[in-house]
Design a protein around this ligand. Structure first.
Ligand code: DNO
Length: 402
């Protein structure tokens, strides 16, 4: 597998020189300073590529080329933003960048209710708690109709949680929910309300149709540039905020792949996001769509049986990481046997606990992306990979290199 590390650009407190020392060879990044919807020029792309190359690394995956809300809602300047998206893809292709990540989550990207959930060993993990999320919707955002989505007991737990917070804790809690997305900083509650109102009356079918329109518009361009567009799963992988979420299950994967069998229509297989639904069999899901996976995020979650989960160690939690990595390696060999030069799948350790020295630093502005926890995850996964290659594939394939 091609080991990558996410880098948020020049403002990232984790510098490229550290990333090189983690054992990663590839960098996953985005031009976060360019507003959503605008074209990424060749100059801007080259500049970032050169910065990454000067550190002895390669920018091999874009995460993300953001999809503007007008495209997700099919309103406003949708046609113009689709044209811009195609132009950015062509510019990326001309710089040799082939894997482009995006998501189709309405309004908010991934959501957690606690960014500093303390584990028994003193490290911190990201956590999603149903009652806390209900408190946000019911008492802070005050989304009309939200109470219909919750049982009386959940509403009373939510109220207890809300009342336990001081006003400054409410502010910090709110910003940890809505204002965590690079390239989209400064989100306010009013902005969230305004964005939500644009989805009024939108059904799951409508959102799927908008995704279809997007794919039909961009896949031919990506195909010309030999690129793959990879969709990131919804996280958590079920509807929130009264909005449809359409990419979280094996049925959703099947629907996505049925839109077009263009090789440019691919998947960013995020094991942690898919594992947010206890009824998802993550390994079986990978096996079924393996040939269409263009990028992998490796991570796991631990659940308490009441809909709450925290992010587990990379080799712990509900994801059977051994079997998943074995499936990924089997897919790589299928690609190699088919003569593909790009047979190595890029992957990155997704998120990481805040551990050791990182606990003493100011909170990482990119929650989940401090250095040491991710480095630990990368080291564990690389060790697992080497062990599987040696024990399961060496006889069949002779000397295998990662
Ligand atoms: C969270 C990330 C997501 C992901 C986007 C892709 O840590 O995995 O924010 O980058 O959803 O568009």
């Amino acid at each position: 597998m091609q080991e990558c590390f996410r880098w948020y650009g020049p403002g990232d407190p984790v510098p490229l020189s550290f990333i090189r020392q983690t054992g990663a060879t590839g960098v996953v990044t985005s031009l976060h300073h360019i507003p959503y919807g605008e074209v990424w020029s060749v100059d801007e792309i080259r500049r970032r590529q050169e910065t990454v190359a000067a550190a002895g690394l390669e920018w091999n995956v874009v995460e993300s080329l953001p999809v503007h809300e007008d495209i997700k809602t099919g309103t406003g300047r949708c046609a113009e933003y689709l044209a811009n998206y195609r132009e950015s893809l062509r510019n990326l292709a001309s710089c040799g960048i082939k894997v482009v990540t995006y998501n189709f989550m309405p309004v908010l990207d991934w959501v957690r209710t606690d960014l500093h959930h303390v584990l028994p060993d003193g490290s911190e993990a990201l956590y999603f708690n149903q009652a806390q999320f209900a408190a946000f919707e019911l008492f802070i955002l005050r989304r009309p109709g939200a109470e219909k989505d919750y049982s009386a007991q959940r509403i009373s737990e939510a109220e207890d949680f809300y009342r336990s917070m001081t006003p400054s804790q409410v502010d910090a809690f709110t910003s940890s929910l809505v204002d965590n997305f690079p390239g989209f900083k400064g989100m306010t509650l009013d902005r969230v309300r305004e964005m939500l109102s644009r989805y009024d009356g939108m059904t799951r079918d409508d959102l799927e149709a908008n995704l279809r329109r997007f794919l039909e518009a961009v896949c031919p361009t990506a195909e010309e540039g030999d690129q793959v567009m990879v969709i990131h799963p919804d996280d958590p992988p079920y509807p929130i905020l009264g909005l449809p979420r359409i990419f979280g299950t094996i049925d959703d994967i099947r629907k996505l792949l049925a839109v077009t069998d263009s090789p440019a229509n691919g998947i960013c297989f995020c094991s942690g996001s898919f594992s947010g639904r206890p009824d998802n069999d993550v390994v079986a899901m990978f096996r079924e769509c393996a040939s269409r996976v263009g990028f992998v995020h490796l991570r796991s979650t631990e659940h308490d049986g009441h809909g709450n989960f925290y992010e587990a160690d990379h080799l712990g939690g509900v994801v059977d990481m051994y079997s998943l990595v074995k499936e990924i390696l089997a897919e790589q060999f299928r690609r190699r046997d088919a003569g593909r030069s790009d047979w190595r799948l890029p992957f990155r350790p997704d998120h990481g606990h805040v551990i050791m020295d990182d606990l003493a630093k100011p909170p990482c502005p990119n929650p989940g992306y401090s250095a040491l926890g991710r480095m630990k995850g990368l080291a564990e996964i690389r060790g697992l990979e080497l062990g599987i290659l040696k024990s399961c594939f060496e006889k069949e394939y002779g000397h295998v290199s990662r």
